[in-house]
Ligand binder design. Structure first.
Ligand SMILES: [Cu+2]
Length: 142
C-alpha cells in the first residue's frame, strides 16, 4: 500500500521533454541506506541492477522515482537540498519523484533518531554528466 507520495520540483529546473526516468529502490535499515540502482539498462529488477550503500548515482537531466521503505524501525529519509523529508514507518511503502537537470552532489541523511548508529545514516545523491555517468557504470561492473 502506498502511504505517501511526494513530487518536488523547483521552477528553475525544467527537464527537457522525453527526459530519461530512473527508478531506485531504497531500503532503510539500522544503520544504512540500501540502494538498488537500475544499472545500465535503466530498468529495475533486471540482471544488471547495482546494489549500493548510502549512495544514489544518476545522470543529469533525469526524472528520478524513489521507492522507499524501512526494514526495521522508523527512519527518516531526508534530502535537505530539496526540502524532502519522509518518515518511513516499517511495513509501509513510500514514493517520491524528483527532477535533476544539473550535475551536483547532495547530502542525504536520516532525520529520525533510529538508534545508536543513527549518525552513520548519511549519504550522497550524486548527479553526474552523461560521460562521467557512463564511466561510473563501467567501473561498477565486476
Ligand atoms: Cu535511521
Amino acid at each position: 500500500m502506498l502511504s505517501f507520495a511526494a513530487a518536488c520540483s523547483s521552477s528553475e529546473e525544467k527537464l527537457p521533454q522525453g527526459a530519461r526516468e530512473l527508478t531506485f529502490e531504497i531500503k532503510a535499515k539500522q544503520f544504512v541506506w540500501q540502494v538498488k540502482h537500475p544499472g545500465a539498462d535503466g530498468q529495475l529488477d533486471t540482471e544488471d541492477d547495482l546494489f549500493l550503500e548510502n549512495q544514489i548515482v544518476l545522470p543529469e537531466k533525469t526524472r528520478v522515482h524513489l521507492q522507499l521503505e524501512s526494514l526495521d524501525v522508523i527512519h527518516g529519509f531526508w534530502l535537505p537540498s530539496r526540502s524532502l523529508r519522509l518518515t518511513l514507518i516499517p511495513g509501509k511503502k513510500y514514493e517520491a519523484s524528483l527532477d535533476f537537470v544539473k550535475t551536483g552532489k547532495f547530502r542525504l541523511a536520516c532525520s529520525e533518531n533510529c538508534g545508536v548508529g543513527h549518525s552513520h545514516m548519511i549519504g550522497w545523491l550524486v548527479v553526474l554528466d552523461q560521460e562521467s555517468y557512463q564511466s561510473w557504470l563501467t567501473s561498477q561492473k565486476k
